[in-house]
Design a protein around this ligand. Structure first.
Ligand code: ADP
Ligand code: MG
Length: 618
């Protein structure tokens, strides 16, 4: 029998390879624009016709190719970018596989004109289906111009596989965004048919993001981006994140590593964890995050169309990234820029170096004791407005170590802490009552601000304040406990008991005192000092159910779940009447909190009605 194995002709081998590299017009755009960037172009012009089916033209002002290089470039595995395997671990270019041009030329009609600036004449090559039809010297501008016509002209099955023009155009634009976002210093023009879609000037990352996505509403983008920046031995991470209130169902979320777009579901979780509980449900924040790492510490996917990149230190980078995003959100306080009405507010005198500094003076009511309440006060939520401050009573003890063996702290401590807390004075004439607030349906607080009307959901505001308190206690492990006069029994399911073992230390830190009596039975001896009028066992069932869900979700933090459950249980219910001072106090506390915009469960706390809109009503 004669031998039957033979090598495939180059044209067939290239076509097979092209199946991997070139899947649609967007792949051509990506490969050619990346080549232009590798050639150090400062301006790249992209022109597509019929969503790239009939024409994709890429013009660059980069370093161009000599006649020999231009011809060589179309050979498979021909590249100027790496020469041995070691170079793979020190990549500084987008390309390195040397198969893009060979693949494109296998499945389309390609024409290239190219000239290095130092040469007088350039080269023109025509190649289609891997066959060279022309090569000649021509007059042409310095740089390179690629024309790719009739993609898949010789592979009808592939051509049919393409989607509608709109879908293909979306792919083209997505590839374009990925490259333009990570090369802000390069100018890009994108022309679709006769329409110029983008003309991007050289700029910085922020302006580039705004010019790409802010086409419809530039202002919206200028207002929402917050800078992220952190540098450690492992990586420099920088970029921009969107404010939570601009989060939408479909968001623009981009990661880049060493100048290359990447998908990274694991780092995505780190970003989302930082936004935890700041987003309305179902909403996603925009983010554009750039990593700079030692090329040896990442593994660029060898597969030509995969965008995942493996990081050697990704477990160490996760918390760094999350903390950086969180820090930005905290630093910018993601508070609406509310300019409170300063009318009637105390005047802040300008400091003169000559004036003597007077120590601040305080007055307090030595008779005030927030813990002075009859035992019967526990067991029912105070409904009278003057009892309202009790909702906060006990918070001030957060700063002192948990004491489980005494029901009230030493007298001196109470005085000091009640001062720090500035409760409404016992004589009922609190200070700073000049702002007039209005309570609507015992549910919303309305107050005037400089720019219009502020509406606050009282329960959610209270929830946010309590949540911050509980978080602080959990983090400082210093929540105070109040002993129950009549310890409550608690029976847990095996699941709940299991969860309890996980969260027991945290529960102790906020002031729970539980004794295990075996066989799923517990005795609740103490609860957080500031908790009012709740069934301890009912609350614990709640806390454990939430904690169990949080344990199952790596993006959620167990402490945040505990703080949220407690804050929800303890917050003011709608229908609670408040005095003017109580409302002012609540608003002050809200705006001193970590996020006045959203409750820990993601619901909105405040809304504003600007004057212009008020005026429009009349
Ligand atoms: P790779 O980019 O992986 O090296 P390609 O097939 O995309 O492989 O390109 C092959 C070679 O052609 C590149 O290594 C480069 O030397 C050259 N080349 C391609 N496009 C350009 C361009 N626009 N300007 C200058 N040189 C180019
Ligand atoms: Mg390339």
């Amino acid at each position: 029998m004669s031998d039957i194995i033979h090598l495939l002709p180059d044209s067939v081998a290239n076509q097979i390879a092209a199946g991997e590299v070139i899947q649609r017009p967007a792949s051509v755009l990506k490969e050619l624009v990346e080549n232009a960037i590798d050639a150090e172009a400062t301006h790249v012009q992209i022109l597509v016709k019929d969503a790239g089916r009939t024409l994709i033209q890429i013009v660059d002002d980069g370093k161009g190719m000599s006649a020999t290089d231009a011809r060589m470039a179309f050979e498979r595995h021909a590249t100027s970018k790496i020469s041995d395997a070691a170079d793979l671990f020190a990549l500084h270019t987008m390309g390195f596989r040397g198969e893009a041009l060979a693949s494109i030329a296998a499945v389309a009609q390609v024409e290239v004109r190219t000239r290095p600036a130092a040469d007088e004449l350039g080269t023109r090559i025509e190649i289609a289906g891997s066959r060279v039809f022309a090569q000649e010297s021509v007059q042409c501008p310095a740089g390179t111009c690629f024309l790719v016509k009739n993609l898949f002209f010789n592979v009808p099955a592939r051509r049919r596989f393409l989607k509608s023009d709109n879908v293909e155009k979306t792919h083209l634009l997505n590839e374009f965004y990925r490259i333009a976002l990570v090369n802000p210093r390069i100018a890009f023009t994108f022309i679709d048919g006769d329409e110029e879609l983008f003309r991007l000037e050289p700029s910085n990352v922020k302006v580039r993001i705004e010019s790409i996505f802010g086409k419809a509403s530039r202002k919206r983008w200028e207002q929402q981006l917050l800078p992220v920046e952190t540098e450690t031995g492992l990586a420099r991470i920088y970029g921009y994140i969107g404010k939570p209130e601009y989060a939408q169902k479909s968001a623009n979320q981009y990661f880049f590593a060493n100048g290359r777009y990447m998908r990274h579901p694991y780092f995505h979780k780190a970003v989302m964890a930082a936004y935890d509980r700041m987003l309305p449900s179902g909403a996603n924040p925009n983010y554009f995050i750039y990593f700079e790492v030692n090329p040896a510490a990442i593994d660029i996917n060898i597969h030509p169309t995969k965008t995942e990149i493996k990081f050697e230190h990704e477990h160490a980078l996760w918390p760094i990234l999350s903390a950086a995003v969180k820090e930005t959100l905290g630093k910018f306080n993601v508070v609406p820029s509310i300019d409170f009405d300063t009318e009637g507010a105390p005047d802040m005198p300008v400091m003169h170096p000559s004036t003597a500094i007077r120590p601040p003076q305080t007055t307090f009511n030595p008779a005030y004791n927030p813990f002075a309440r009859t035992p019967s006060a526990r067991g029912s939520r105070p409904t009278l407005a003057q009892d309202w401050e009790k909702l906060y009573a006990g918070f001030e003890r957060a700063a002192t170590p948990a004491s489980t063996d005494e029901a009230t702290p030493p007298e001196g401590e109470t005085l000091e802490s009640s001062l720090a807390f500035a409760p409404p004075a016992a004589d009922g004439k609190p200070e700073g009552a000049s702002t007039k607030n209005l309570q609507l349906r015992h549910r919303y607080i309305l107050t005037g601000i400089k720019s219009g009307l502020l509406v606050v959901d009282q329960q959610r505001a209270h929830m946010r304040i309590l949540y911050d308190r509980y978080m602080a206690q959990l983090e400082q492990q210093q929540g105070a406990s109040q002993q129950l006069l009549f310890p409550e029994g608690l029976t847990l399911t095996p699941d709940e008991a299991l969860t309890l073992t996980e969260v027991m230390p945290d529960l102790r830190h906020v002031g729970f005192d539980l004794a295990d009596e075996g066989e799923g039975r517990y005795r609740v001896n103490g609860i957080p000092a500031q908790l009012e009028a709740v069934s301890a066992s009912g609350l614990l069932h709640h806390v454990l159910a939430d904690a169990r869900a949080a344990l199952a979700d790596p993006a959620r933090r167990i402490r945040e779940s505990i703080a949220a459950s407690l804050a929800t249980a303890d917050s003011l219910k709608p229908g609670q009447p408040l005095t003017n001072e109580e409302m002012s106090d609540l608003i002050d506390r809200l705006f001193a909190s970590s996020n006045p915009n959203y409750a820990p469960d993601g619901r909105k706390i405040v809304a504003t009605l600007p004057f212009e809109e008020l005026e429009r009503l009349f």
